[in-house]
Design a protein around this ligand. Structure first.
Ligand SMILES: N[C@@H](CCC(=O)N[C@@H](CS)C(=O)NCC(=O)O)C(=O)O
Length: 222
C-alpha cells in the first residue's frame, strides 16, 4: 500500500466548485491527510459541469472529481474511501466496528438522504422560487433531526468521539450549507451546533471552507 505523504506524493488534481458541499468533503480529507493538490475550478452556475471535456471525466456531470495519476474518480464517497486506503495517514474510519458503522451511516444519510434534496438543479426543475425554501427547510430539518438523535449516543468532541472521522467530513459541509447558504437556524440542534463550533477551530476544515477557495467570487452572490 502506498504511504505517500504531502512531500513525496504524486500530484493530485481536484475538480471542485467553491460552494459544492460534496467537494468540500474531499477538500477536508486532502487537508487532514496533508496531501497537496491542484485546484481545478468547475463553475456550476455557468454549467461547466456539462462541458464535453468535463463529462469525459465524470459522465454524470457532477463535482467533485479527483485525478490521481491514471485514476480518475468521481463521487465524494468513493473518493474519500479511495484516499483513505491509498494515503492511510489520519485514517477516516475508526477500527471499532460499531463506530465505523455509525460513520458510514452518517455519511450515507448526508450523501443520499439530505444533500440531493438541496441540489438546486433538481429542485428548480420542479418548483417555483417561493417553493424552494420550504422544501429545503423541511428536508434538511428532517435529516438534521435524525442525525441529532443518532449522534447523541456517540458524539464526543466530534461526531463519533474525540477524533475526526468520516462522519465529520460529511457533517461540516452540510451544516455550513444549512447556516450560510440557506440561513436556517441551527440552534434547535444542540449537538450539530456544538460540532460546528469544534470544526470551525480546525485548520483542515477552515482551509476547506467555500470562502477560502480560489474560485470564491469576491463580489458576487452566485
Ligand atoms: N453523490 C455525489 C453528488 C455530487 C453532486 O451532487 N455534486 C453537485 C455539487 S455538491 C454538482 O456537481 N451539481 C451540479 C449539477 O447539479 O448540475 C457526490 O457525493 O460526489
Amino acid at each position: 500500500m502506498a504511504t505517500a505523504t504531502g512531500d513525496d506524493q504524486p500530484k493530485l488534481k481536484l475538480y471542485s466548485y467553491w460552494r459544492s458541499s460534496c467537494s468540500f468533503r474531499v477538500r477536508i480529507a486532502l487537508n487532514l491527510k496533508g496531501l497537496h493538490y491542484d485546484y481545478e475550478a468547475v463553475n456550476l452556475v455557468k454549467g461547466e459541469q456539462r462541458n464535453p471535456e468535463f463529462v469525459k471525466l465524470n459522465p454524470i456531470g457532477y463535482v467533485p472529481v479527483l485525478v490521481d495519476g491514471d485514476i480518475v474518480l468521481s463521487d465524494s464517497f468513493a473518493i474519500l474511501l479511495y484516499l483513505d486506503e491509498k494515503y492511510p495517514q489520519h485514517p477516516l474510519l475508526p477500527t471499532d466496528l460499531k463506530r465505523k458503522a455509525i460513520n458510514l451511516q452518517v455519511a450515507n444519510i448526508v450523501s443520499a438522504s439530505i444533500q440531493p434534496l438541496q441540489n438546486l438543479s433538481y429542485i428548480k426543475e420542479k418548483f417555483g422560487p417561493e417553493e424552494i425554501t420550504p422544501w429545503v427547510k423541511y428536508h434538511l430539518g428532517n435529516g438534521f433531526a435524525a442525525l441529532e438523535g443518532l449522534l447523541k449516543n456517540y458524539a464526543g468532541r466530534y461526531a463519533t468521539g474525540d477524533e475526526v472521522f468520516l462522519a465529520d467530513l460529511f457533517l461540516a459541509p452540510q451544516i455550513h450549507s444549512f447556516v450560510t447558504r440557506f440561513n436556517f437556524d441551527l440552534s434547535q440542534y444542540p449537538i450539530l451546533s456544538r460540532l460546528n463550533e469544534a470544526y470551525s477551530l480546525l485548520p483542515a476544515f477552515q482551509n476547506a471552507m467555500p470562502e477560502k477557495q480560489p474560485d470564491y467570487p469576491s463580489s458576487s452572490t452566485s
